[in-house]
Design a protein around this ligand. Structure first.
Ligand code: CUA
Length: 319
C-alpha cells in the first residue's frame, strides 16, 4: 500500500521536514540549514584545493603539499569547525529534552508493533485515560512527551513540531512539542521496527485552548454508555474483540491492542493509514492483513456482511 496524502486530508503526507510549525521545531530547522551551509562551504574549499592540486601552477601546488597547510587544513580547521558546530547545536537543542516542570502538560506515548499507545497523564504523572495513534494538544503551550516502547525500538517523529526521538524499551525519553496554530500534523515511525514499519503513522491534532478543553471533556467520559447499545456491540462480544481492546463503560478491557473507547472520533484507522469511517472500519475488521500486512490483528472472514455492518456502526458511534 502506498500513501500520497494523509488519510484525514488535512496533514500533508509525507510530513514536510523543512516547514516548522512550532518553537521546538524552529531550532532544529535552523540547525539543519547551518549544518548544510557549513557542509557546503567545506565541500567548496576541498574542491578548490583539489582543482589547485590538479591544475594549479607549480608554486601553488608546492604550497598545498607543505607541512604547515596539512596541520592547519587537516587538523586545526576540522577540530575548530566541528567543535564549534557541536557546541552551537547543543546550545540550540538542550532545552528540548529537559524534565517536565510542575504544571506542564504530559502525554506518554508507547511504541508498539505497529501502532502508538497514547496515555494522557495528570499533574502527578498518573494515567488519566488512553487513546491510540492520535495526539491532541492545545495550541500555544509546550507539551512534554514521555516516550517509551513495549517491544522493539521505534522512533517518534512529527517533523513540523519537533525532531526525532527514539522509543527504547525500558527507557523514558523526553521531548517537547508545541503547535502555534490549530491544525493536523502528520508523523511517522522513523526507526525500522520490522514488518509494516512504513505503515506506522500518526497524527497530532492541535486545538485552540477552548476547543481542547471540550475535546478533553468528551474524551474523559465513556462514549459507550451514552451510545444506544446496538447489535454491533453483541458482535464485538461474540467475536472476542474485548480480549484485545478496551471500550470504556463496557466489560471490554483487553490491553493488547488500541483502546477503542472513542475510536469513532479518530481521524485515521490502522495507525495513520486509512481515513476513519464506517466503510474502512468494516474493511479493516474483515481483513486488516490485506490492508497492513503483518499487523497483529487477525482477519475475521467469519463475520457476515450484516455483522460487519453492525459492528462497524457501533464502533463508529463511539465518538
Ligand atoms: Cu515503529 Cu518503525
Amino acid at each position: 500500500m502506498t500513501r500520497s496524502a494523509a488519510p484525514d486530508g488535512t496533514a500533508s503526507w509525507p510530513p514536510p521536514a523543512l516547514d516548522p510549525a512550532g518553537p521546538f521545531a524552529e531550532p532544529l530547522h535552523t540547525l539543519s540549514w547551518v549544518l548544510f551551509g557549513m557542509g557546503l562551504i567545506v565541500t567548496l574549499i576541498v574542491v578548490a584545493a583539489l582543482a589547485v592540486a590538479l591544475f594549479g601552477p607549480r608554486r601553488w601546488r608546492d604550497r598545498l603539499g607543505g607541512r604547515k597547510l596539512i596541520w592547519i587544513g587537516g587538523l586545526a580547521f576540522p577540530v575548530v569547525v566541528l567543535s564549534g558546530l557541536l557546541i552551537y547545536g547543543l546550545g540550540l537543542t538542550s532545552h528540548l529534552t529537559q524534565e517536565p516542570e510542575p504544571g506542564e502538560m504530559r502525554i506518554r506515548v508507547t511504541g508498539e508493533m505497529w501502532w502508538w499507545r497514547v496515555a494522557y497523564l495528570d499533574g502527578e504523572g498518573r494515567e488519566a485515560f488512553q487513546d491510540a495513534n492520535e495526539l491532541h494538544i492545545p495550541t500555544g503551550q509546550p507539551v512534554v512527551l514521555e516516550l517509551d516502547s513495549a517491544d522493539v525500538i521505534h522512533s517518534f517523529w512529527v517533523p513540523r513540531l519537533a525532531g526525532k526521538v527514539d522509543m527504547i524499551p525500558g527507557r523514558r525519553n523526553l521531548m517537547r512539542i508545541q503547535a502555534d496554530a490549530p491544525g493536523a500534523f502528520g508523523g511517522q515511525c522513523a526507526e525500522y521496527c520490522g514488518g509494516p514499519h512504513a505503515l506506522m503513522g500518526l497524527v497530532v491534532v492541535a486545538h485552540a485552548p477552548a476547543d481542547y478543553q471540550a475535546w478533553l471533556a468528551r474524551q474523559s467520559q465513556p462514549a459507550a454508555t451514552v451510545a444506544i447499545p446496538m447489535p454491533g456491540m453483541q458482535v464485538f462480544q461474540r467475536a472476542g474483540c474485548g480480549a484485545c481492546h478496551t471500550v470504556a463503560g463496557t466489560v471490554f478491557n483487553g490491553q493488547a491492542g488500541p483502546d477503542l473507547s472513542h475510536v469513532g472520533s479518530r481521524r485515521t484507522l490502522g495507525a495513520g493509514i486509512l481515513p476513519n469511517n464506517q466503510g474502512t472500519l468494516a474493511g479493516w475488521i474483515s481483513d486488516s492483513q490485506a490492508i497492513k500486512p503483518g499487523n497483529r490483528m487477525p482477519a475475521y472472514p467469519v463475520l457476515t456482511g450484516q455483522e460487519l455492518r453492525d459492528v462497524s456502526a457501533w464502533l463508529e458511534s463511539l465518538k
